[in-house]
Design a binder for this molecule. Structure first.
Ligand code: ADP
Ligand code: MG
Length: 236
């Protein structure tokens, strides 16, 4: 579903993503982990089309998307900061991308309500973001992604603003969502438990390169080195 072919990103003279090759299967849940500044967000944003690619190619769903606009890529991104429009209701926030796509009000409402039911947001559709809790806001941000029925969901530390209890609850909800929708998901996190429980495969990044890729249990039981062990596993 996603094919990164020797993707690099340079800011000025500084290389922050350095020749990354990675294939993500359809329906797979892939988690990026690694220290702050290693390039997780940049790599995700390059898949989303929010960051220009310095060299290499991004393929999504069998199409070369290296130069495609974000809206044309069939991806939806969920941010840590929610990025909801404060002056719009939940329904308007969720339907905004559909409006941009030119869908009429009735169809937008139907699609927004269907997505809202999946996330138990039905009763909040007419509220403004300011009247929501942090967990509800993040649910709306996820709902806004679902409503577009993307081939690929991209999550950049979506739960790190939430308190511990809510984080667990939302993690379970995201796992359930992945089971229901069976979409391809790429998920960035600092949280080892999130990585271990959500991922089909974990990608450990370090200094803009892939240090190791593998199933959670494989990385946990058999890390290639102490760096990987420090993030996921326990050295033997
Ligand atoms: P992570 O998400 O893993 O914490 P980022 O992808 O945000 O890392 O950043 C990777 C590196 O790229 C960092 O060194 C960061 O300072 C740098 N970087 C990110 N965005 C920009 C930018 N717009 N201009 C210059 N440097 C940037
Ligand atoms: Mg980041």
């Amino acid at each position: 579903m996603i094919d990164l072919r020797h993707v690099s990103k340079r800011f000025g003279g500084h290389t922050v993503i350095d020749g990354v090759d990675l294939s993500v299967e359809e329906g797979e849940f892939v988690v990026f982990v690694g220290p702050s500044g290693c390039g997780k967000s940049t790599l995700l944003r390059m898949i989303a089309g929010l960051e220009e690619i310095s060299s290499g190619d991004v393929w999504i769903g069998g199409e070369r998307m290296t130069d495609a606009e974000p809206y044309d890529r069939g991806v939806a991104m969920v941010f840590q900061s929610y990025a909801l429009y404060p002056h719009m209701t939940v329904a308007e926030n969720m339907g905004f991308a559909l409006r941009i796509q030119g869908l009429g009000a009735a169809e937008r409402r139907r699609m927004v309500e269907a997505a809202a039911r999946k996330l138990h947001l039905d009763h909040l559709l007419d509220r403004k973001p300011a009247a929501l809790s942090g967990g509800q806001r993040q649910r709306v941000a996820i709902g806004r992604a679902i409503v577009r029925d993307p081939k690929v969901f991209l999550f950049d530390e979506p739960l790190s603003n939430l308190d511990a209890e809510l984080r667990v609850q939302m993690r379970i909800e995201i796992a359930r969502l992945h089971q229901t929708l069976a979409n391809t998901m790429v998920y960035v996190t600092h949280d080892q438990t999130e990585a271990m429980t959500l991922a089909d495969r974990i990608v450990v990044l370090r200094g803009g390169r892939i240090e190791q890729v593998g199933r959670p249990t494989d990385l946990y039981d058999d890390p290639d080195n102490l760096f990987v062990a420090g993030f996921i596993g326990s050295p033997r």
